[in-house]
Write a protein that binds this ligand. Structure first.
Ligand code: NIG
Ligand code: FE
Length: 424
């Protein structure tokens, strides 16, 4: 599978195309289906006989007719095909390890207390500050390849561990470099502008946020290094008042906004996200009815991060209330060295079902179509339908329900981005 035309058949094609959804089949599954790909783009999806008939007709279904006798390769996948998975919340360009901190936490240490004492995010900051851009690039590329092997073809990637302009920029430069490599998953860069205060700020969050909003953010935006801006708004992080000028500036610069909101306390971050027209509010372990209603009204997606709440031994977010308010549900890995030490979106999906009570279709849509939508990629990826990029995964699994059973590591036989094989 690469450039040109090919078809792929499978016993179950899980399209995630709303036009194919039926009562009892939210995923729009085509049994004995096929997908026709031309130059990296999906040109047809449907029953195998129908799609393959297009290959026999003159010119083979539009596009490069001329040759007539051109041989189109047909690959037969053994099980389920889904859209390429989309991980809508990761801290992928991190460096180092927080295994020592984890040992402390296993022995009863508290995440927020460790951070307040200069560990946590600031410990990862030290690893990022001493790393060259080449080292960050190499670490990130290797991580993205491992994610691809797990079926992931699009990854949102946040900075937020540099905490000074040059180091944040090295993280975003590494993401940009990954973005130029078609052999890696597609990346969506997010400037995590307010994550923690570095030691040199001496605890002055206001002054730090002012520099971020007035100097660093415009510079990152001018360099085209981010599509989204994120802030960690919580009781031991930044307040709404501190974050407001930064995120309003982001909106004024034409950037999207996502928030770490309601992870530990309800400080109004979710209402603030709705007011800003944010693409998403992420975490949401602690959110009240007003916040949920505001999200529903403003169309802010809930990005659920079950690996983080599992790691921190937290109760799940109010999934029933979010669902009832019509909030789009996304499931993401939160891949980071502190709260979600995993690279596996399938693990987050498995936990989303087991710990949060999401249904299998919710989990799959939350890691494909809904994830793509919250990243502004609804017309690019996240479903199997004509016109989208040929981002797809052939799984060595008999049924899509099995995606969440081999805890975090379901086997892929081919992972394809834009018609090109990334893994398998
Ligand atoms: O999504 N809590 C804020 N940010 C990250 C964790 C960062 C870290 O501990 O390194 C999160 O949970
Ligand atoms: Fe996060």
């Amino acid at each position: 599978m690469s450039g040109g035309r090919f078809a792929i058949t499978a016993p179950r094609v899980v399209t995630c195309d709303p036009a194919r959804a039926r009562p009892g089949d939210a995923l729009g599954v085509v049994e004995d289906g096929a997908i026709l790909v031309e130059d990296g783009v999906i040109v047809a999806v449907g029953p195998r006989a129908e799609v393959l008939a297009r290959l026999d007709s003159a010119g083979g279904g539009g596009g490069g007719g001329g040759g007539g006798e051109e041989k189109v390769r047909v690959f037969a996948a053994p099980g389920v095909i889904t859209p390429g998975l989309v991980d809508a919340h990761t801290h992928a360009p991190w460096m180092g390890s927080r295994d020592a901190e984890y040992a402390v936490r296993l022995a009863g240490g508290d995440y927020e207390a460790i951070a307040a004492a200069g560990g946590g995010i600031v410990a990862t900051m030290r690893a990022v500050r001493t790393a060259s851009v080449e080292a960050i690039q190499a670490t990130l590329a290797a991580r993205l390849r491992r994610m691809a092997a797990l079926g992931v073809t699009t990854v949102e990637a946040k900075s937020g561990y540099g905490l000074d302009e040059a180091s944040e920029r090295r993280q975003l430069d590494a993401v940009a470099e990954a973005g130029r490599d078609p052999s890696l998953p597609r990346v969506v860069p997010t400037y995590l502008a307010l994550h923690a205060v570095p030691p040199e700020a001496a605890g002055d969050r206001e002054a730090y946020a002012r520099v971020v909003g007035e100097r660093w953010l415009p510079a990152m935006a001018a360099a085209g290094l981010c599509r989204y801006v994120d802030a960690y708004v919580d009781r031991s992080a930044f307040s709404v008042a501190q974050a407001r000028p930064v995120l309003e500036k982001a909106r004024a610069l034409g950037l999207g906004v996502r928030l770490h909101a309601g992870q530990f306390a309800d400080v109004g971050a979710v209402e603030f996200a709705a007011e800003l027209g944010a693409a998403s509010a992420d975490h949401l372990e602690v959110v009240g009815p007003a916040g949920i209603a505001a999200m529903g009204a403003a169309g802010v997606a809930a990005v659920l991060l079950p690996v983080a709440s599992f790691t921190l031994r937290q109760a799940p977010p109010p999934v029933d209330a979010l669902r009832a308010a019509g909030v789009p549900l996304v499931v993401a890995s939160d891949a980071n060295p502190g709260t979600a030490p995993t690279e596996s979106l399938p693990l987050a999906m498995a936990f989303g079902a087991r710990l949060y009570g999401l249904t299998v279709p919710e989990v799959i849509l939350g890691a494909t179509r809904e994830a793509a939508r919250t990243l502004g990629l609804a017309e690019v990826t996240g479903a199997l339908r004509g016109g989208l990029q040929a981002d797809l995964v052939a799984w060595d699994l008999p049924h899509e329900n099995a995606l969440i059973q081999p805890w975090g590591a379901p086997r892929t036989t081919a992972v394809v981005r834009g018609g090109t094989v990334l893994a398998g």
